[in-house]
Design a binder for this molecule. Structure first.
Ligand SMILES: [Zn+2]
Length: 395
């Protein structure tokens, strides 16, 4: 088996940018013979795809769809669900293929490769694989042997015990790669986080932008990723309403059991630059969506009643513009819950605040000409970097 650079064999369309990004993080192998046209496995924590040489050489859309198919297996992380009896795992594998051919890869193109499973060909409703699996287990009339016999043409299951695969946990799953991409400042489609769109970001986030993100934005993202409680519950139950890039789905975030919110409180003094607020909003929006928690923007001009969902960037910026400044942050602290994650955006000129009720101290993102005089000792400080003329927003 020979490792290859798949980019030499395939040309991606612009809308498949995400695919080449993912493939750069995988290994691709080939050989002249195999028990299946393509399959995936893990090797020392790296996601690997095998493509039969014949399909590499032929290239074209079949190759693209095969890659998508295998990436989808990795993206869905389904090897991790492959526990229990061989037959159960085989049924699940068929169901994952059905799902992939509805949501990720084009089954009409892959039909030329062989018999492939779709929900339709298996006479099943379009539902997340785990849901169908649970239903089938309860269904007394369901003939598991017949279902496998009819739908599993993959010789791999006979040749190689699948347990070899499942014991190799894919540490660097596709989902993880997507998270890394966000952390590295790549503009991956926002829906890859959880399927919650924004009102203004359509298209903007599809660009694989060069990472020119300023350090203070990285600092905000890192703080949030380190701080947001990991109570999110990744679930397929949003499927198939949760497409990304038109070709692949991500797991949706099921209602989270975390009751922490992220609150971004904006000082609306005249000196506040919209550009910084917008950058901070984008960073926070990405992080909250990705981690599956809610975020709100608040304003401190001594009245703090208004809250706007964090992803409504345009509305927040309009509101911030229309407000005056304030010198008291206390109303914000009074309005939030103790375990909320509070980020203040301010020049630091405000009266003493009492943060004793908070589980964790609020963070202060400070404008270039700031004072740190009134900032509570326990609070992390993230100063906006002054020199960032080269930063341009992805368009
Ligand atoms: Zn498959």
């Amino acid at each position: 088996m020979q490792e290859i650079d798949v980019n030499k064999y395939v040309k991606f369309k612009p809308e498949d940018h995400w695919l080449s990004y993912q493939l750069d993080r995988c290994k691709v192998y080939t050989d002249h013979e195999a028990q299946a046209p393509a399959y995936c496995f893990a090797e020392r924590g790296v996601f690997c795809i095998f493509i039969l040489k014949k399909y590499l050489i032929e290239g074209g859309q079949v190759l693209v769809e095969l890659l998508k198919h295998e990436l989808a297996h990795g993206y869905f992380g389904h090897l991790r669900y492959m526990k229990g009896k061989a037959k159960d795992r085989q049924v699940l594998n068929i169901l994952f293929d059905c799902s992939i051919h509805v949501n990720a890869a084009d089954h009409t193109v892959l039909q030329t490769v062989g018999d492939i499973c779709t929900y339709k060909s298996c006479n099943l409703p379009v539902l997340p694989p785990q849901v169908i699996y649970d239903n089938l287990k309860e269904d007394k009339s369901f003939n598991q042997d017949m279902f496998i016999e009819n739908n599993l043409s993959d010789e791999l299951w006979k040749q190689k015990p699948i347990s070899d695969l499942e014991h190799q946990v894919i540490k660097h799953s596709i989902q993880q790669a997507m998270e890394d991409a966000v952390r590295d400042g790549y503009g991956v489609p926002i829906d890859m986080g959880s399927g919650i769109g924004t009102d203004s970001a359509e298209g903007r986030d599809l660009i694989m932008a060069k990472d020119t993100t300023p350090q203070w934005i990285h600092d905000i993202q890192k703080y949030l990723l380190d701080t947001i409680p990991r109570h999110k519950n990744l679930s397929w139950h949003r499927e198939p309403r949760n497409p990304i890039g038109n070709y692949i789905l991500t797991k949706g975030h099921a209602p989270t059991s975390s009751n922490s919110k992220c609150v971004f409180a904006i000082d609306c003094s005249y000196s506040m630059e919209q550009k910084y607020i917008e950058q901070a909003l984008n960073a926070i929006t990405h992080a909250t969506i990705k981690e599956g928690i809610e975020g709100d923007a608040m304003f401190f001009d001594n009245s703090t009643s208004e809250r706007i969902p964090i992803q409504l960037t345009d509305k927040i910026l309009r509101t911030a513009k229309s407000r005056g400044g304030g010198t008291s942050l206390q109303p914000v602290i009074n309005a939030v819950e103790p375990n909320d994650i509070v980020i203040f955006y301010t020049d630091g000129y405000f009266n003493h605040i009492d943060i004793s009720k908070m589980t964790r101290p609020p963070v202060f993102v400070l404008t270039p000409d700031h004072s740190t005089y009134a900032i509570p000792k326990a609070s992390p400080i993230i100063p906006v970097s002054k020199h960032e003329d080269d930063w341009t927003e992805p368009v």
